[in-house]
Design a protein around this ligand. Structure first.
Ligand code: ZN
Length: 410
């Protein structure tokens, strides 16, 4: 084993143990006492049920991540990557063709290994807690659609990257960078109108009090908004959500039908005000800029490591290749990715406070957002008292009690 293999192996194990530890302290933190702001809407039974949901999911995640780790180690040290590569090379498909097959086969293996887990999660765990609305047909169709989508969108992009690294030499990394950036921007534009409607039905919100309230609010903060849609989230789950997609004219608000059923009109406006706050505070652009810089750095580092034999020796490969190099580099990069991820997550939590503040100030009604957050937490059986370590590792949003405290302090 060379130093690259050691780094990857240690990173995998440390990551696994670290998450395990966070899970343990997170469960230890649970107490049967309902936190004060929730005492009027949570009865002891339902609160216990939310904690049971957390326990069941945590145990399930242990199984998934343990098996994940074992399988990847067996595949790696059983020379799986090398056998797969030798087999593909025997068909002499050229570097781009071989790369597509190599990544395709790994993707299919991963998909089939994860399938039993997602079936269990959807049809056993979510079902048991009354969340699941997904039919077997929807589940299978979702699978097929995502597969088709990743082939239509992913394969040409990946082929382009391989091609540049084969022919463009030292320039390859920034060619790839530009292509990926353009690709991501195009996806952002077409996602709301071309991709998402494939999975969910978007129905324009009918004229009436709610629509007027939302449009009035948007006008009051000079937010150009034409499209408000109700999306049939209830097709898959009883959990609720709201989100924005797209940019400029393509921008649309989507409210889950489940959300509309649960919240009052002013609560709904406050939730949307929060979402619009993300736009007004430029969070959307900042995140996009970070993503673009990040991919540039990745491609540059990839271009350095791709010609380093040690990267391939670590995985027992007899011949180097751009496609395998990309996968191995991704694994080598994961410790850096981990720390960057933590940084981005804390930025995201900070931004959530900013968006909450924006909503509270501009609607002049922080109580509406507080009661919306409460209802959503109860409905989704969210953990009200996560451990700070767990939050630090996993939460893109601050825990709900902290958001309520923050809103009350404004
Ligand atoms: Zn937010």
């Amino acid at each position: 084993m060379n130093w690259i293999a050691w780094i990857i192996l240690i990173a995998m194990i440390v990551d696994y143990l670290f998450n395990l530890m966070a899970d343990i302290v997170n469960l230890k933190q649970l107490s049967p006492v309902v936190p004060e702001p929730f005492q009027n809407i949570y009865d002891a039974d339902r609160y216990a049920r939310s904690q049971e949901y957390l326990k069941v999911n945590t145990r399930f995640e242990w199984w998934v991540s343990s098996l994940d780790l074992i399988i990847i180690l067996i595949f790696w040290f059983g020379h799986g990557f090398a056998y797969l590569d030798d087999w593909i090379r025997s068909y002499a498909l050229g570097p781009v063709g071989s790369g597509l097959v190599f990544v395709g086969v790994l993707g299919v293996i991963k998909l089939f290994l994860s399938l039993p887990f997602s079936v269990y999660s959807t049809f056993v765990i979510e079902e048991r807690f009354g969340f699941n609305k997904t039919t077997v047909k929807t589940f299978i169709m979702d699978l097929i659609k995502s597969l088709v989508l990743s082939i239509i969108l992913g394969a040409p992009l990946f082929a382009g990257i391989l091609y540049f690294f084969e022919v463009a030499g030292d320039n390859a990394w920034w060619y790839c960078w530009i292509v990926v950036t353009i690709f991501v921007i195009i996806i952002q534009f077409i996602a709301p109108t071309w991709i998402m409607p494939w999975f969910n039905k978007f129905t324009p919100l009918e004229a009436g009090e709610l629509k007027n309230m939302i449009l009035d609010y948007a006008r009051s903060i000079q937010f150009s908004l034409k499209n408000i849609f109700i999306i049939d989230g209830s097709k898959r789950t009883n959990k609720s959500n709201a989100f924005f997609t797209g940019f400029g004219k393509n921008k649309r608000i989507a409210l889950y039908d489940t959300l509309v059923d649960q919240l009052t009109h002013s609560e709904l406006v406050s939730v949307l005000a929060h979402e619009m706050g993300h736009y007004k505070k430029n969070h959307v652009w900042i995140n996009m800029a970070i993503g673009i810089i990040y991919s540039g750095v990745m491609f540059y580092l990839l271009s350095i490591f791709i010609s380093y034999d040690g990267l391939f020796n670590a995985f027992f490969m007899s011949q180097p290749s751009v496609y395998a190099g990309m996968i191995f580099f991704g694994m080598l990069f994961s410790p850096i990715d981990f720390f960057l991820g933590l940084l981005l997550q804390s930025l995201s939590r900070y931004n959530e406070y900013q968006a909450d503040q924006f909503a509270a100030k501009t609607t002049n009604n922080p109580d509406a957002l507080v009661s919306a957050l409460k209802k959503l937490s109860v409905q989704n059986l969210s953990n009200l008292t996560p451990h700070p370590l767990y939050v630090f590792l996993n939460y893109s949003h601050p825990p709900v009690l902290q958001r309520i405290k923050w809103l009350n302090s404004l």
